[in-house]
Design a protein around this ligand. Sequence first.
Ligand code: UFG
Length: 330
Amino acid sequence: MRVLVTGGAGYIGSVVVEELQAAGAERIVVLDDLSKGHRGAVPPGALLVEGSIADRRLVAETCRAERVDAAIHLAASSLVPESVRDPARYYDHNVAASLALLDGLRAAGVARFVLSSTAAVYGEPDASPITEDFPTRPTNPYGETKRVLEAALGWYAAPYGLSFASLRYFNAAGATERNGEDHDPETHLIPLVLAAARGERGEVAIFGDDYPTPDGTCVRDYIHVSDLAAAHVLALRALPAATAGAPGSGRVYNLGTGAGYSVREVISTAEAVTGRRVPARIAPRRPGDPAVLVASSERIRRELGWQPRKQDLRVIVADAWRWLETHGRY
Ligand code: UFG
């Protein structure tokens, strides 16, 4: 495998690179503009190309020079509230720039593609857990831009011979020995809760306690970033090699553990793991938050043999805590 990883200097991308190295990939090329990623997250042995995915020429030339045969595309904007405030940014980064990337890949003959997609494509689901057959009705521009990109891949597959897998992530969390979450600003629950446990922030705001859930707070499916990253390698390996003139095909997979935890449960787990108190207060609901988002990942388990190794929330939180205590920042 000779793989281009866009966004490979970011939180999930850096762990995807670790998994590719562990799987013995011959060449790993990270394409990242470092707007959110970190130079220090790219390990020795992987090539960092600093630039934009929207730069078709750069993409094509890099892929030709490095003889890339597959791409994993993680570079994107991914914050729901920001997407509501500034949808143009999301259409630009997640749709326009991604289509340019696909042009560059096509020019270089790269016909295997793994997309970082999201549970946000489902919007407010009618039932739980969510399977891939549920209707996609995003309730915010972030989810919509990923839905649009998935649809484009579907149309590209046959005429361009593109084979793709779209991975719909639920809530990525946790850390490895080397890589963890270092966002600025940080908006995700687990790092915010752990920062509060370290006394680095005031109280955690619990966004709503009147949802139709057992304790009134939102329920999410937290998946360990290493389990998530491992799925990319499995999905990539399962993609057929390009044959000139042959139509491509696509698969969509949910990635979660199937277990849901409420915001309050995350806070109490963090208190148990860290041995510290996490101060919290109830705040108004955050617009666009579905009450419950829990994945059925039966399809990827069945078809690709994916098996999460770290599905216990205590392990996920403990790994995030260890990274924060030992690294904290890049
Ligand atoms: N939450 C709080 N207080 C906070 C932060 C979050 O109560 O300070 C709550 C949220 O309301 C939500 C839960 O904690 O109920 C998780 O929130 P995150 O912001 O950590 O994650 P989201 O579920 O909003 O979104 C994440 C990714 C999205 C992706 C989505 C898919 O950021 O990109 O998972 O499920 F689309």
